[in-house]
Write a new protein. Structure first.
Length: 105
């Protein structure tokens, strides 16, 4: 079995989650734990490395929720078994929002 990773949330992610409807908070927390505690750097249908450069640098994206409306941007560090959660976003229409503000990569 793969080693368990420690989740480290960037301080601003707490503001990001507050901008999302409360009814989704447990879904977001559960999905992050389910998807990123073990093998966070294994590519799946909804989990993959970012190809285009972004303000997060080298990072991965996890998509989930109703109509894949939520995004979690994170950076796994296999050497120390940490996963740094960089941002939690919500897709509305064709736009991505982080902390209630439109996100432009």
């Amino acid at each position: 079995m793969a080693p368990r990773h420690e989740l480290i949330y960037a301080e601003e992610t707490y503001q990001h989650i507050l901008a999302i409807e409360r009814q989704y908070h447990s879904l977001i927390r559960q999905t992050i734990e389910q998807q990123l505690l073990y093998e966070p750097n294994v590519r799946t249908l909804n989990r993959k490395p970012l190809v285009k450069p972004s303000r997060f640098g080298e990072a991965w994206e996890l998509r989930f929720g109703p109509d894949n409306r939520f995004r979690v941007f994170y950076r796994p560090d296999e050497q120390v078994n940490h996963v740094r959660v960089l941002a939690i976003a919500e897709k509305r229409g064709g736009k991505l929002y982080v902390g209630g503000r439109e996100f432009v990569p």
